[in-house]
Design a protein around this ligand. Structure first.
Ligand SMILES: [Zn+2]
Length: 467
């Protein structure tokens, strides 16, 4: 019968109430051979009704009451129930329902699915877990040659693993301790291919990378170092507050963005504001100049050696009045020097920091009612967000544009009508072009590659309400 769209079943009866369909059905072809000895010599031995949940129909929950036949084997005497086609018997659901719940669980809250289908939230969670475990096995992201390890705050601090060259997320770890990162790296296929790891100055990340992939070069991302110079300016600004009248304090609070901006990016009005504050408060002026000079180390150094001597020269200019404010930066530079300096050999940096932050911000806002595991699966496994290589070489146009303008559906002979046949062949057909052949040779062999979840696509999808 058509209501179920399950050809393996005969529908015997359909009842419908305000919220539910109750459908009685039986398998068209009983599976009557003995599962113990495979003998076909079996006889009927009673029936039993099994309730199987199915996809909602017309907004109503669906229960299928399957009249399941029992048989006895004449060879080995054992009894058994017929196996039900298209049913996940462990879950008492149709296999298509299990699949649908898995897919929906990446898009919706577990409670809303549970309510729609008429099952418990716990059951949805179990199906989600199996669905994600399956995806983990089948969806394989390319191991980044340039790996980023970042911290984000999703309910609590987590670790994001990214592909820096592709601006994609390849994994999210539940926390950022050494054990978790070691475990991830240890099980990473192709971990030997990781050349660079860009990270923040967080010891567990460094220790994990050194322990598992010692050949990868650790680079402290520029962003994490220079922002400490901004933090120093903020510290000086805050320390001034006590000397200020409430009005001045509000003014300085309002103008703090001017202090954090790069000098070259200031407009005339902002420059005037900056001059005013730094003339009246020399400490603020000193802190600002040191911040600018520190950025200058990153902009002007062509090698680790050059960066180190520029830093040492800079360090000598840190006046006692602001030394305290800059102490965190100075300490970090001392403790992390080799890895900070690696940047000047290999300027590996995350271009996606901003979009990653806005993604996580929206995720946190929309994420109420979702667990970290659900948010992680949403980010990693939303199909439309994956960045892949093409499955096939790009479609190559065999005919030049002029051909189409002449109109489709015209018989081939007719197109040449009126044209000298020589010019036709030359202008319209492009025989034996060598270029496509050589291009194709550059195509990577084997299956298409999946580089992970594209951060800007995720941001776009979440803004459009598609995530
Ligand atoms: Zn048997």
């Amino acid at each position: 019968m058509t209501i179920l769209q399950l050809p393996a079943y005969n529908v015997l009866k359909v009842d419908s109430t305000e919220h539910d369909y109750h459908i009685v059905a039986e398998p068209v072809e009983p599976r009557r051979s003995c599962p113990h000895c495979q003998s076909a010599n079996t006889v009927g031995f009673g029936r039993r009704e099994q309730l199987v949940k199915d996809l909602p129909i017309h907004g109503k929950r669906v229960g299928i009451y399957v009249d399941t036949r029992r048989f006895q084997c004449r060879e080995c005497n054992r009894t058994f129930f017929e196996g039900l086609p298209d049913v996940d018997e462990r879950r008492a659901m149709t296999t298509r329902l299990v699949k649908w719940i898995g897919q929906q669980s990446l898009k919706r809250t577990f409670t809303s699915i549970a309510e729609e289908v008429g099952i418990t939230e716990g059951t949805v969670r179990l199906i989600f877990k199996d669905f994600v475990a399956d995806l983990e096995k089948t969806v394989r992201f390319e191991t980044p040659k340039w790996m980023g390890i970042d911290e984000i705050h999703l309910i609590k601090p987590r670790c994001v693993i990214s592909n820096i060259q592709n601006n994609t997320i390849v994994n999210m770890l539940p926390n950022r301790d050494k054990k978790t990162v070691v475990n991830y790296l240890y099980n990473l296929q192709g971990k030997k291919d990781v050349q660079y790891v860009a990270m923040d100055m967080w010891t567990p990340y460094r220790d994990a990378v050194q322990a598992v992939i010692p050949d990868a070069r650790i680079v402290i991302d520029k962003f994490h170092v220079v922002r400490m110079a901004n933090d120093a300016v903020e510290k000086v600004r805050k320390s001034l507050r006590e000397q200020l009248t409430p009005k001045q304090r509000r003014g300085l609070m309002h103008d703090r963005f001017v202090l954090l901006k790069r000098e070259r990016d200031l407009n005339d009005r902002e420059r005037l504001l900056l001059d005013g504050w730094t003339a009246n408060y020399p400490e603020l002026g000193a802190a600002y100049k040191l911040k600018e000079d520190f950025y200058g180390i990153y902009e002007g150094s062509a090698s680790p050696q050059a960066a180190l001597s520029a830093y040492e020269a800079w360090n000598k200019t840190v006046v006692p009045e602001v030394r305290d404010a800059y102490s965190d930066l100075i300490r970090a530079f001392t403790n992390w020097q080799p890895w900070i300096l690696n940047y000047f050999d290999h300027p590996v940096t995350n271009a996606y920091t901003e979009s990653l932050n806005s993604l996580i911000r929206v995720m946190n806002r929309l994420g109420r009612g979702y667990s970290f595991e659900a948010l992680r699966a949403k980010i990693l496994f939303t199909e439309g967000a994956h960045k892949r290589t093409l499955t096939r070489p790009k479609f190559e146009r065999k005919r030049e544009p002029g051909f189409a303008e002449m109109g489709f559906g015209v018989p081939d002979e007719a197109i040449g009508y009126g044209l000298p046949s020589g010019s036709f062949g030359k202008a319209v057909l492009t025989p034996k072009k060598e270029a496509p052949k050589t291009e194709r040779q550059h195509e990577p062999p084997g299956p298409p590659k999946n580089y992970g979840a594209d951060i800007s696509t995720l941001v776009r999808m979440i803004e459009a309400g598609e995530l």
